[in-house]
Each structure stands twice: as C-alpha cells, then as structure tokens.
Write a new protein. Structure first.
Lengths: 174, 257
C-alpha cells in the first residue's frame, strides 16, 4: 500500500518539477534558494502523498512549493531579484534590424522582470501562475488559498502595474 | 453596464473566466466604450508581455538528482514494512535503485525528442547514449572517479586508462571550473569524461579516438539538455549539459581554443 502510493508519487509529482522550479525562481529570485525550496517541497510531498485525495496533483504540489518559498522568504531580510539572461543575450546578431529588435526584446524583458520583482509577492505569484504556468482561476485559488474573486483582483492589479511600468497606461489603477 | 462594473471584469473577460451572461454584457459594453476598450488592450498587451518574457525554467539536473537521492534516503529509512524485501540487507541497495528509477522517470518526462543534426540514425543513437551517460553521471557518487579542480591531477589520471589523453584546459577564469574526470562506457567503448561546472550546472565532455574527417560542431537538444558534437584530429568530442545553449556554445569555443 505504501509502495503503491510511492509509485504514484513518481508518476504524479516528478513531472511537475519544472513548474515547481519556475514558481520558486520567480518567488525567490535566487536559483540556489529556489532549488532548496523545491527539494524541501518534494520531500514534503513525498511524505504526505499517501494522504493526498484530490485529482490535481500539480496544483497540490505547487501549493506545497509556494508554502516552502514563503517560509524561506520569511527567513531573509531583502528580496533578491535576478534578471535572467535570455537566449538573445549571447546570440550573434547579424543585421541592424535584428540587433534593434533583439535590444528591444532584451530591454522589455528586463522591464518585465523588474516590474515582477517590485510587486508584492501576492501579486507576483498569481501573475506567474496565470501567465507562465497557464493555470485557471480555480487552480490558482486552490494553490494560493484565496477565493477566485481575490485571484481575479490581484491578477488585475499585477497586470496594471506591469502596463504602467512599460508605459502603456498613465498610472496604476487601484 | 457601467464602466466601473466593466473594468473589474476585464481580466476575467480576457482570461475566458466569465460566465456566459457576464461575458455578453462586457462585450456589449466594450462595443460602445472606447475607454474600456483601451483598458482591455493595455491588459492584453501586459499579459502578452508577461507570457513572452517571464521565463519558464527547467529544473536543473542537479536538483533532480538531489531530489531522487533525498527520496531514496527517505524510503530506505521508512521502508521496513514492505513484505517482499528482506529487512536486513536490502534498504541501501534499494535506495540506489529507486534513485535511479526516479531519474529515469524525470528523464522520460523530459521527452527525448531531438531536433538533430546531420549524420542520421547513428548520431541519434550516439546522442542518446551520451545523454543517458550524462544523466547517469548525476547520480550520487557517479560523477567523478578523480575529483580535482587541477588539470595536472585530472589529465595524468587518464594515462593508461584510456588510449588518448583528453584535453583538460583550465577555464576557471571564464567561470567554468573543473570538477574532475571519469571513465565511462559508451557505444561499446571506454571513453574519457571530463567534468566542468557552471553555477549549479554540470558539463560532461566525452572524448574518444575516432578516425574520420573533421566534423562540426553540430548541436542538438532534448528538452532541457543541450549537446554539442565535433570531431577534430581524429578525436570525437561530445559535450552535454542542461546549461542554456548560448552558454554551452561559449564553453565549447573556450574548450576548443
């Protein structure tokens, strides 16, 4: 019986390690902290998998990852935000048009990442879960532990901040 | 519908999360309201930029290996009640097997489809073997036979063990510290594997003598892993890592120098 649930762990949890690591990277910034948080979360998920009764293992695992990240954030004073280098960073660019668009993409990426880093974590997590992981409001609601209406309003404020940062609107709507 | 009522629903409208009746009301309001339409356009653009620029990371090999071994450890501690295993001698061995199984599953979930490469089936099979050997090397205790950050320890270690002396340049200053060396069995022969690191990523360089014209470098990627292959002066080189492909190319150009 224990063995059966352990096999279930391999099949249901391990495929979501990329998603878990992505959430942790965006919540914690630092890659080493993110690895520690995901490892911690995987162990907790393993220990509690036998008691998991739901049908959405990804959301369940991500909620554990989120908790581990928040616990880790409490243990440190400042937010560390890293701007990832995209592929463009090292790519050889041949003509000026490409160079321009690569530079624009690079600066857009830096702005988006910076805007994310400046958001309170409760906005940041819904933005990542929606835009990067493509989860529904109901799934995000399960992971974050707030009603779907709250997910909607946080997501809305996160997007408006992003739009303001990129100069698309005059101000952040409240 | 008033503008204020419309505004609070715009995100859910954009995300397809509204019930049919609300969706219709919002659509009708948008058709007659330029302000709200502009607002929707800004949200759409913000959403598109977030999707384009926020990175969906791949869990690094090192993390997968750490998790597999932590879970194997957990099992060997708590797994005494399984009836098909003699309690005395099995746990440790079983732990390693399960660690291996964990990695294989992680590997299977990565979906091994290569966007490859000249050379057809043989190259494909070889790339598979190189990648499998890379994954194997990430298991606890498998990475290096000689562990050293000094080329003068690593290079002589291969003498008499393989019939070529692999290149072991010092690349510390470029951010690629040497980790060590290892013998591997690949495609029916013993090969020399030299291991470098980049942050938490590991890079395996597999080399062996192979007669033929100079080739490459060619690159291939499986989801999450990148391989770069070349042949020069009758030596075959395969570089494999989960490092981002641009940085891996940078490594290769430094290594070849």
């Amino acid at each position: 019986m224990a063995q059966r649930s352990a096999d279930g762990f391999e099949a249901h949890i391990l495929p979501h390690l990329d998603d878990a690591y992505t959430l942790a990277r965006h919540l914690l910034g630092d890659e080493h902290d993110a690895q520690d948080a995901v490892q911690d979360a995987a162990l907790r998920a393993f220990r509690h998998f036998a008691g998991f009764r739901g049908d959405n293992a990804r959301a369940w695992f991500l909620s554990i990852v989120r908790n581990c990240c928040l616990t880790m954030r409490q243990g440190r004073a400042v937010d560390r935000v890293t701007v990832p280098f995209g592929d463009q960073h090292l790519a050889v660019v041949r003509d000026t048009d490409q160079a321009d668009s690569a530079a624009i993409a690079q600066s857009e990426r830096a702005l988006v990442t910076q805007a994310l880093g400046e958001m309170p974590v409760e906005f940041r997590e819904v933005l990542v879960l929606r835009e990067v992981q493509g989860l529904s409001y109901a799934e995000i609601s399960d992971i974050v532990g707030v009603p779907a209406g709250t997910v909607m309003s946080r997501l809305s404020r996160a997007r408006r901040r992003l739009a303001a940062k990129l100069g698309m609107t005059d101000k952040e709507a409240s | 519908m008033q503008c204020a009522d419309c505004r609070v629903l715009l995100d859910a409208y954009l995300d397809g999360e509204l019930a049919e009746r609300e969706r219709v009301s919002v659509r009708e309001h948008l058709a007659g309201c330029a302000d709200c339409s502009r607002e929707l356009a800004a949200l759409e653009r913000a959403s598109a930029l977030a999707q384009e620029h926020l990175v969906h990371y791949e869990a690094p090999d090192v993390l997968k290996a750490r998790i597999a071994s932590a879970i194997a450890g957990e099992r060997s501690e708590g797994g005494g009640n399984s009836s098909d295993t003699p309690p005395e001698r099995a746990p440790r061995r079983r732990a390693w097997l399960l660690a291996a199984a964990g990695l294989l599953i992680a590997l299977a979930s990565a979906g091994l489809t290569y966007a490859i490469m000249r050379g057809g089936n043989r190259s494909q099979a070889l790339a598979d073997a190189v990648l499998a050997s890379h994954i194997r090397s990430l298991q606890p205790g498998h990475l290096t036979d000689v562990q050293s950050t000094n080329e003068h320890n690593v290079k002589p270690w291969f003498n008499g063990r393989v019939n070529l002396s692999p290149k072991v340049p010092t690349l510390d200053s470029a951010g690629f510290p040497l980790v060590g060396g290892r013998l591997d069995y690949l495609d029916g022969r013993v090969v020399a594997a030299v291991v470098y690191a980049r942050r938490q990523h590991l890079i395996n360089v597999d080399t062996w003598p192979e007669h033929g014209p100079n080739e490459g470098p060619d690159s291939a990627s499986a989801q999450g892993y990148h391989l770069i292959h070349w042949r020069s002066d009758n030596v075959e080189y395969w570089v494999v890592s989960d490092l981002e492909s641009g940085e891996l190319s940078q490594f290769v150009s430094l290594y070849r120098r």
